[in-house]
Design a binder for this molecule. Structure first.
Ligand SMILES: [Zn+2]
Length: 97
């Protein structure tokens, strides 16, 4: 993983409690992210949980998620596992791994 990816990942981790981060990693491990589509600075992903959820990000100029949303019941409480899983995937994808 590149230095930039590590910095991004650390910043992403800062937005989640360790518990939520662990759940987000579980989602990634089970290949829950179905699809990520990006159009300029808005990004949308389908994440499979109990059902299929839609996660939306608004990226800032550095590619960091400035605003996140999810259509599941926890979307009101900021970065939860669905948003977290997609966010973790971003720097990994950027580093080509
Ligand atoms: Zn969610």
């Amino acid at each position: 993983m590149s230095l930039l990816s590590r910095v991004l990942l650390a910043a992403i981790q800062d937005h989640m409690t360790p518990k939520v981060y662990a759940r987000a990693e579980d989602l990634l491990a089970s290949h829950a992210i179905q699809r990520i589509t990006q159009c300029r600075q808005s990004l949308e992903a389908q994440v499979r949980g109990g059902q299929l959820y839609t996660v939306k990000f608004l990226l800032d100029d550095t590619g960091f998620p400035a605003a996140v949303a999810c259509d599941c019941e926890y979307s009101f409480s900021g970065w939860r596992k669905h948003q977290g899983a997609v966010a973790i995937e971003l720097p990994i994808a950027a580093s080509g791994q």
